[in-house]
Design a protein around this ligand. Structure first.
Ligand code: NAD
Length: 344
């Protein structure tokens, strides 16, 4: 069993912990928290050993009646690999600790690409990270774009990608984020950071991205235009995307008009926390004009990177091929069942 430590048990960390625990070849050896809060309470309730991320705050756990298994350095020491789910910037600060213990680590998309040996999306570059010490599982948006680009690039070639990202203002629990009544070009100057970030996965992809932020918490929505190197018909593109394990081509008959209905559907389908691990591409939106492909897709920011973290564990440790890992991860968390009857 691969012993996985989770340092930072928030939005991403707690989801990755649950996904790791579901795998047949992995166990969660513990999770590190900075303070006793509702997430620490659910970690304890889930049976995870809890470690103090900050030594000086150990007494606060005792005051809350929570037993600790040790400090974060002990967690790093007993782990074969650590998933760092700390807030942006803290992951990079933790790198010397991981290196000191010779424990490979996965950072998240809020970290700078320069802080890591390699960036990762399972569908795109699984084979490139074996043996790496510090790998970044890229952001939700970069993951969503790379997954979409992968089959289209391989099958048709992409001359130029142009994407407008309509981004949620914050996650549901981020009460301090906004806007609450505005539509913000964000950043107002071009390009947004997303295109360059996709280039950490596909360095030679010609991609321009524009970003907006809106008063929503549910998902991000991407308006995509790809100029291909050939002219497939829309039906062929649709079939190609339907064949991808982490793309869900939303059929028209579901009558899903936006992120609200998608999240409702995922919750009704029994997904934990209503999580949607796959990109959701509206089937009706897939349109080809000459060599220009257009479509809309939504990505659930809190969830799409979760299976990627699980795959990155096997990729870094070299315990499975990409195909084996993606299949195992999907089966273990229930992604392979899909959200709706589909041609898969
Ligand atoms: P979060 O704030 O929900 O969770 C971070 C957790 O780390 C919190 O529980 C916090 O208490 C804890 N923490 C803070 N300092 C710590 C420290 N020194 N040691 C250990 N734990 C510490 O953040 P998040 O949304 O889960 O984001 C984590 C990373 O994932 C960021 O890089 C972010 O950019 C990336 N990411 C977030 C999303 C998203 O939509 N939330 C999507 C993809 C990637």
């Amino acid at each position: 069993m691969i012993r996985v430590g989770i340092n930072g048990y928030g939005t991403i960390g707690k989801r990755v912990a649950a996904a790791v625990r579901a795998q047949p070849d992995m166990e969660v050896v513990g999770v590190a928290k900075t303070r006793p809060n509702h997430e620490a309470a659910t970690a304890v309730d889930s049976g995870f050993d809890l470690y103090a991320a900050v030594e000086e705050r150990r007494s606060r756990f005792a005051e809350a009646g929570i037993d600790l298994a040790g400090g974060v350095e002990q967690l790093v020491e007993v782990s074969d690999i650590v998933v760092d789910g700390c807030p942006s910037g803290i992951g990079a600060e933790n790198v010397p600790m991981y290196r000191k213990h010779d424990t490979p680590a996965l950072l998240q998309g809020g970290e700078d690409a320069a802080a890591v040996d390699s960036s990762f999306v399972a569908r795109a570059n699984y084979d490139t990270v074996e043996g790496a010490e510090v790998v970044r599982v890229v952001s939700c948006n970069t993951t969503g774009l790379s997954r979409l680009v992968a089959p289209l690039r391989e099958t048709y070639g992409i001359e130029k990608a142009r994407v407008t990202l309509v981004r949620r203002g914050g996650d549901p629990a981020q009460s301090g984020r906004g806007p609450i009544n505005d539509i913000l070009p964000n950043p107002v100057s071009l390009p947004s950071h997303h295109g360059p970030d996709v280039n950490t996965i596909y360095p030679d992809l010609d991609i321009d991205t524009l970003g907006l932020k809106v008063p929503a918490t549910l998902m991000h929505t991407h308006s995509v235009n790809l100029t291909l190197e050939s002219s497939p018909d829309a039906e062929a593109v649709r079939e190609l995307l339907e064949g991808e394990r982490r793309l869900f081509v939303v059929p028209e008959w579901l009558d899903i008009d936006g992120a609200g209905a998608l999240k409702e559907f995922a919750g009704d389908a029994g997904r934990p926390r209503g999580d949607i691990w796959e990109n959701c591409v509206w089937g009706e939106s897939i349109t080809v004009e000459g060599r220009d492909l257009y479509l809309f897709q939504a990505v659930h920011q809190e969830a799409d990177v979760v299976p990627e973290n699980v795959d990155a564990i096997r990729a870094v440790l070299g315990t499975a091929t990409a195909e084996e890992s993606i299949r195992t991860t999907n089966e273990a968390i229930g992604l392979d069942k899909g959200l709706a009857p589909s041609p898969r």
